[in-house]
Write a protein that binds this ligand. Structure first.
Ligand code: 13P
Length: 251
């Protein structure tokens, strides 16, 4: 049985004051014990959120890490070992906003994924196609290539501790959610690709769906066989929405 996981990606949002309010509001939510939860604040708020959620069941992650795991002359980057040092056990890698807006390559994503694991963090590997790629019938090819490049760099054994998130780019922040069937098709293909390397690991890896998940559509997505939870953007900035999505994952 895969334990459901709900992750909140706060992206480049928040001030110390609004983050304090969100921590406070999350503390008032009822969360199901069966669901694992993690939030990914901006790097500058990680320490504040680690302290603020210390007594909660919600873990804290970072939105990115450097490809070098330890100290290095790499101005502006934050290493996985530094994140661990401030109490952060999770990290997103290869989010489409980094791939498409900041030009992060498949190879760079693979190196970051490996660096996170080298520091004992849990990487959440984000995969997904653009609208043009979907319309050209290239979804499986694009997602398959993104996954294959990480497998080539980090190996199938690394997926024993990693999480995958399928986030179609056209569904992110657009209000357009993939239908449960559209998402399930890609989730099953991701698991199938992993199972060619190791069936046991493929059966155990959690695959999250991300892209306009809200309280109102979460339950039908999470009901699909290969959808093990969600990676939530906008809705994770509202404690009551995030709470409702977590409760949907627990049902
Ligand atoms: P939205 O939930 O705002 O569409 O964002 C999804 C996402 O990119 C999470 O990483």
């Amino acid at each position: 049985m895969r334990r459901p996981l709900v992750a909140g990606n706060w992206k480049m949002n928040g001030t110390r004051a609004s983050v304090a309010e969100l921590i406070e509001a999350l503390g008032q939510q009822e969360f199901p014990e069966s669901v694992e939860m993690v939030v990914f604040p901006s790097c500058v708020h990680v320490g504040q959120v680690v302290s603020g959620l210390a007594d909660s069941a919600i873990a804290v992650g970072a939105q990115d890490c450097a490809a070098e795991p330890g100290f290095a002359a790499l101005t502006g980057e934050v290493s996985a070992s530094q994140l661990v040092d401030v109490g952060c056990g999770w990290v997103l890698v290869g989010h489409s906003e980094r791939r498409l807006i900041l030009g992060e390559s498949d190879e760079m994503t693979g190196r970051k994924f490996k660096a996170a694991l080298a520091c004992d963090m849990t990487p959440v590997l984000c995969l997904g196609e653009t609208l043009e790629q979907r319309q050209a019938g290239q979804t499986l090819e694009v997602v398959g290539r993104q996954l294959a490049s990480v497998l080539a760099i980090a190996g199938i054994g690394s997926f024993e501790k990693a999480v995958v998130a399928y986030e179609p780019v056209w569904a992110i922040g657009s209000g357009l959610t993939a239908t449960p069937q559209q998402a399930q098709e890609i989730h099953a293909a991701i698991r199938e690709q992993l199972s060619h390397e190791d069936k046991r690991i493929a059966d155990g890896v959690r695959i999250l769906y991300g892209g306009s998940v809200k309280a109102e559509n979460a339950a039908e997505l999470f009901a699909m066989a290969d959808i093990d939870g969600g990676l939530i953007g906008g809705a994770s900035l509202k404690a009551n929405e995030f709470g409702a999505i977590c409760r949907a994952a627990g049902n």
